[in-house]
Write a protein that binds this ligand. Structure first.
Ligand code: CMC
Length: 436
């Protein structure tokens, strides 16, 4: 492969079999690696590219989020995640992701009012919950109920109308906490709590989760602040599995509610959003500091045991979100006057041992956002089954922004990867009586 420097940079591929040369354009972003534009490759060579898991494939151009995995950098619209988590709040981050700029005071107030006006769900939607078993996993309920929103909000499913797209976006951001809290309330047999529009996004979510109609619910400001930070830290993360699922579904022209339901399904897996639930399960199984080393031996033997909350496709350094999460974890435990949280002690020791073990060091495996989030969420009173649901609530803004960007991108087509076929060659059909 040879590159020629200059404004119109190209890469030349030389086919060693035929000797044919193909010149492909190089694309340059604002920051980050250059990208070889291979759109002409099949037409000119008859070859596809092979990249299972898309480890070296850029599926889109995007202006929303940038990650430098080697340096542990995460930027939303150019702003560092540490600054956003420390100096801003979730509504501001939602506005930034959706509109590209931080809001002025007036813009923020209007945005909050608009989101708040959409927090209730259609009353008929309540009946959907009754169809689920009480012990249903809340992510199963989320997949079903969020998909069902498209049956309720027909006036915001025309993807070609920018106004309808924005209304659908607001509806999704506003209604996700309501639906998530309903899924929880249903599972414990308590009445649904209607949203309270005098509370902010995080406070209202805690109220709908933990309030009951027979008592006044007092929001703990430290917990509301931690909830808000958790939402910020999970708001968007570039072209991850669930976001790519949303984009792929969106590329067919499917409505936004259906696309977000597809994203929720994709997020559920333990390699992705389900990892926070898996971390707590793992810590519970390890049980004691003395069991860490034998546990890590099993991981290193690759008997199928993974150190959950460690490793990332893009980060080959500390996940910047994990650092913020670790700090927030200490604050929450202090506010709740939890003096000895054995799970946190266990997690800290596990992290320490792993970060000094050659297996993890040589593979650049560091704690990711999920390593500490479960401990905070547990301390806040969330059952483990709700952890991934919270991730989905927070990530909805990212999904919907990426979906909007896709719809507005004139270069996007229906997503349709190709394959390296290794099955049977064409053969003659054999009648059933003649088969051996
Ligand atoms: N525990 C033990 N070994 C690991 C781990 C881990 N958590 N993660 C990666 N490895 C090993 C892997 O076996 C491979 O070893 P080798 O080179 O000997 O074959 C090497 O590290 C490289 O890993 P990979 O499988 O090529 O990495 P990937 O980019 O395909 O996978 C990942 C990334 C996040 C799926 C994986 O690290 C993982 O399963 N981690 C645990 C689950 C987890 O915490 N997921 C949350 C991700 S962050 C939140 C989110 O985005 O949803």
């Amino acid at each position: 492969m040879a590159t020629s420097k200059g404004k119109n940079e190209t890469v030349t591929l030389i086919d060693n079999v035929t000797g044919k040369k193909v010149e492909l354009p190089l694309m340059t972003g604002t920051i980050g690696p250059k990208v070889i534009d291979i759109r002409r490759l099949y037409g000119e060579t008859g070859y596809f590219t092979y990249d299972p898991g898309y480890t070296a494939t850029g599926s889109t151009e995007s202006k929303i989020t940038y990650i430098d995995g080697d340096k542990g950098v995460l930027l939303h619209r150019g702003y560092a995640i540490e600054d956003l988590a420390e100096k801003s709040d979730f509504m501001e981050v939602c506005y930034l992701l959706l509109k590209g700029e931080l809001p002025t005071k007036e813009q923020k107030e209007k945005f909050e009012r608009d989101i708040t006006r959409h927090t209730m769900v259609h009353e008929q939607l309540n009946f959907f919950f009754r169809g689920f078993r009480r012990d249903a996993h809340p992510m199963a309920i989320m997949c079903g109920v969020v998909g069902a929103l498209s049956a309720f909000y027909h006036d915001s499913t025309d993807i070609n109308d920018p106004r309808q797209r924005m209304i659908a976006s607001y509806r999704l951001i506003a209604k996700m906490p309501t639906i998530a809290a309903m899924a929880y309330k249903y599972s414990i047999g308590q009445p649904f709590m209607y949203p309270r529009n005098d509370l902010n996004y995080a406070e209202n979510f805690l109220y709908m989760m933990f309030g009951v109609p027979c008592e006044t619910y007092k929001v703990n400001p430290v917990l509301a602040d931690a909830m808000d930070k958790i939402f910020i830290l999970h708001a968007d993360h570039e072209q991850n599995a669930s976001t790519s699922t949303v984009r792929l579904a969106g590329s067919t022209g499917a409505n936004p509610f259906a696309c977000i339901a597809a994203g929720i399904a994709s997020l559920w897996g333990p390699a992705h959003g389900g990892a926070n639930e898996a971390v707590l399960k793992m810590l519970g199984e390890i049980g004691d500091v003395k069991n860490i080393k034998p546990f890590l031996e099993r991981v290193k033997k690759k008997d199928g045991t993974m150190l959950m909350g460690f490793g990332h496709r893009v980060y080959k350094n500390y996940d910047p979100r994990a650092k913020v999460m670790q700090k927030s974890c200490h604050e929450v435990l202090k506010a709740l006057k939890v003096k000895n949280e054995p799970l946190l002690d266990l997690a800290l020791e596990l992290e320490h041992i792993a970060l000094n073990d050659d297996y993890f060091v040589s593979r650049k495996l560091y704690p990711n956002v999920d390593f500490y989030s479960g401990i905070i969420l547990k301390a806040m009173g969330f059952p483990t089954s709700m952890f991934t649901v919270l991730f989905a609530v927070a990530r909805t803004v990212g999904w919907i922004c990426q979906w909007n960007e896709l719809i507005e991108d004139k270069e996007q087509k229906i997503g349709r990867p190709r394959q390296l076929y290794t099955g049977a060659d064409k053969r003659k059909f054999v009648a059933i009586g003649s088969r051996k």
